[in-house]
Ligand binder design. Sequence first.
Ligand SMILES: [Zn+2]
Length: 84
Amino acid sequence: MTPLHAWQEADGRLHAISLADYPLPPRPDEDINTLCGQRLTLTRADFRVFPEYQPHKTTCWSCDGEWRRLEGLPPHPALAGHTS
Ligand SMILES: [Zn+2]
């Protein structure tokens, strides 16, 4: 199955974007709309290929949840059970 979404580092977190909106990987200085509804501007710190890269990213769980809802996947194991 073709993936519908991709992870993109932005604003110090690991957000998800729609591959329908971004068939090509975004670039620095590009604005992206994340699955959690934010509009973020990418910087060189968000890309591993640049020396400015900052490997401090934590997963955006709002994006993770939205990704799973859109693709019909079960909740993340780390989050399962928190709703009961
Ligand atoms: Zn997000």
